[in-house]
Each structure stands twice: as C-alpha cells, then as structure tokens.
Write a protein that binds this ligand. Structure first.
Ligand SMILES: *[C@@H]1O[C@H](CO)[C@@H](O)[C@H](O)[C@H]1NC(C)=O
Ligand SMILES: *[C@@H]1O[C@H](CO)[C@@H](O)[C@H](O)[C@H]1NC(C)=O
Ligand SMILES: *[C@@H]1O[C@H](CO)[C@@H](O)[C@H](O)[C@H]1NC(C)=O
Ligand SMILES: *[C@@H]1O[C@H](CO)[C@@H](O)[C@H](O)[C@H]1NC(C)=O
Ligand SMILES: *[C@@H]1O[C@H](CO)[C@@H](O)[C@H](O)[C@H]1NC(C)=O
Ligand SMILES: *[C@@H]1O[C@H](CO)[C@@H](O)[C@H](O)[C@H]1NC(C)=O
Length: 247
C-alpha cells in the first residue's frame, strides 16, 4: 500500500505537468487561412514610419508589395527609413520629385527577394531593387557587412541597417537610418554620351571652313554624283535584265 501511495505521489507532478502543457498547447494550432501580409499594418505597428506609409500609399507601392507577396515565392525585403530620416533630408527634397520619381525612390527601397539577416553577407553587389537598372548612374545599391553590422551605399548616401522590424520567412522589413537616395535622381549624371560623333562634326566644320566658297558647288556636285550613281544603277539593271532575257 505504502509503495503504491509513494509511486502515485512521485508521479503526480508529472501527470499535472503533462495536463497543463496540453491545455497550454491547445490554443496554438488554431487553423484557418493565414491573413494576407499587409505592409502598412506592419509599419503602423512599428510606429515612426508615417512618411513611408504615406509614400507607400500615394505611389501604390504598398498594395504592390502585398500583391507580390501573395503571388510570388521569392518573398520581399523592405528597407524602411523612419520619419526622422525623411525629416533630415534637405527641405523640399520630396516635393521636388515628380510622381514617377517618387515611385522610383520608393521602389528603390524594395528588394524582390526575402533576405534574412544572416543572408546579408552572402549577397553580391549591386543588389537588384524594384527600381530596376542597377548600373552605376541608375539605381545601384551596394551592401557591405562586418560582423553584425550591415551598411548600404547608393553612391549618394551611406546608410546603416539599424534593426529588423519584421520577418516571417516571406517578408523582411529592416529599419535603415537614412533615406536611400538613388544615383539616378540625386547623384552625378553620366558624362555626356556624345564624345564619339563630335570629332566627325568638327571635321565637317573644318572642311566647310577651308572650302567656304565651294560650299554650293560641293552640294550640287553631290547631287550630280547621286544622279550619276542612279543612272549607273538603272543602266546596270537594264543590262542585267537584257542579259537574263538574252540567255
Ligand atoms: C492594410 O492595413 C491598413 C492599416 O491597418 C488598412 O487601412 C488597409 O485597408 C489594409 N489593407 C488591406 C488590403 O487589408
Ligand atoms: C492571393 O493569391 C490567391 C491564389 O493565387 C488568390 O486567389 C487571391 O485572390 C490573392 N489575394 C490577393 C489579395 O491578391
Ligand atoms: C558602416 O558604416 C559605419 C558608419 O559610417 C562605419 O563606421 C563602419 O565601418 C561601416 N561598416 C561596414 C561594414 O562597412
Ligand atoms: C557597387 O559595387 C559594384 C561591384 O563591386 C561596383 O562596381 C560599383 O561601383 C558599386 N557602386 C557603388 C555605388 O558603390
Ligand atoms: C560612403 O562611404 C564611402 C566608403 O566608406 C566613402 O568613400 C564615401 O565618401 C561615403 N559617402 C558619403 C556620402 O558619406
Ligand atoms: C544643298 O542641297 C539641298 C537639297 O537639294 C538644298 O536643300 C540645300 O539648300 C543645298 N545647300 C546648299 C548650301 O546649296
């Protein structure tokens, strides 16, 4: 009897423990369709992102992110500058942008793949953003890492990834300390892409200068040459046809 009682006493805590764990575990596996991800909701919850939320709204990039998350398996990553990053831009920066440029600025903060914080050091530069062309004068975004530190450079600003706001394996949102200003909108413009045709123009000009009075003759002789060539061509054609018929 006593042994039986002792063993029950010994087992009782375990029985209690197992029943409490099962009751605790019960509410977790509540099934149902997962609520669609809503980037606005995530940013609202994090607070301090009212400017970014407004820009996501007016450019419709917020809706686009939600839709893309629903339709793609690649996931997405958003670099989110807080309100103080926007307010430290020089006055009028945002207002000087056209609607399309605002769209490009915001798309530049969105990467069309999910990047976990441990994947940062495996990325190769430049990153591909939703703004498109990542070549030097367009929308390059480079990343450098050292230990846990992650820096971004656009060629115009250097930013630091401050912390992770959200990550669910499909969407990652990281706070960055600066607005990522793309080269295409805020950086130096590429050197004028006309150095090749210029020498040709110059040569023509110098040629014109030396034959200043012969300009009209050059023009008319050009016309004559063209007519001669046409005559030659027509003559050749006639000869060719005649030859075909003769054969
Ligand atoms: C996303 O969340 C915002 C704010 O909570 C809400 O206004 C908006 O309607 C939501 N969008 C969708 C598609 O549920
Ligand atoms: C999400 O994707 C499913 C299946 O592809 C589709 O039926 C649904 O309409 C989509 N929802 C939204 C909000 O895009
Ligand atoms: C990131 O930027 C900070 C501040 O500009 C700098 O001190 C640090 O060395 C940079 N780290 C890397 C990995 O580039
Ligand atoms: C980004 O990295 C690429 C590859 O290393 C480099 O060619 C390019 O100049 C870098 N761009 C900027 C803006 O730092
Ligand atoms: C960004 O960092 C690079 C290298 O660390 C530096 O050469 C460059 O001047 C910095 N640019 C700005 C705008 O601070
Ligand atoms: C050269 O010829 C073109 C076409 O016939 C004519 O329009 C043009 O005025 C001429 N230029 C000169 C300098 O004669």
């Amino acid at each position: 009897m006593t042994t039986h009682f002792l063993s029950l006493q010994f087992l009782l805590p375990f029985i209690l423990l197992s029943t409490t764990t099962t009751t605790l575990a019960q509410p977790a596996p509540a099934p149902g369709p997962p609520a669609p991800t809503n980037i606005t909701k995530i940013l609202e919850k994090a607070s301090q992102f009212t400017t970014l939320i407004r820009l996501f709204d007016i450019t419709k990039v917020g809706d686009q992110i939600n839709t893309q998350l629903n339709n793609s398996k690649q996931g997405m990553t958003v670099f989110a500058p807080p309100d103080n990053a926007f307010s430290s831009l020089s006055a009028g920066t945002l207002n000087s942008l056209s609607d399309q440029q605002k769209d490009e600025l915001i798309q530049f903060h969105v990467i069309p793949t999910f990047i976990s914080s441990s994947q940062f050091q495996t990325l190769s530069n430049p990153l591909r953003t939703q703004a498109g062309d990542s070549t030097f004068y367009n929308f390059p975004l480079n990343i450098t890492t050292s230990g846990n530190q992650v820096n971004l450079t656009t060629g115009v600003v250097n930013a630091t990834v401050a912390n992770s706001i959200y990550s669910d394996g499909s969407l990652a949102v990281y706070q960055v300390d600066k607005v990522l200003l793309p080269m295409n909108l805020f950086g130096p413009q590429p050197p004028a892409a006309a150095p090749a045709p210029e020498p040709l123009k110059k040569k023509k000009k110098t040629g014109d200068d030396t034959t200043a009075t012969g300009d009209s003759t050059a023009n008319s002789s050009g016309g004559v040459n063209l007519r001669l060539e046409l005559h030659g061509f027509v003559g050749g054609l006639i000869a060719f046809i005649a030859m075909v018929f003769y054969l």
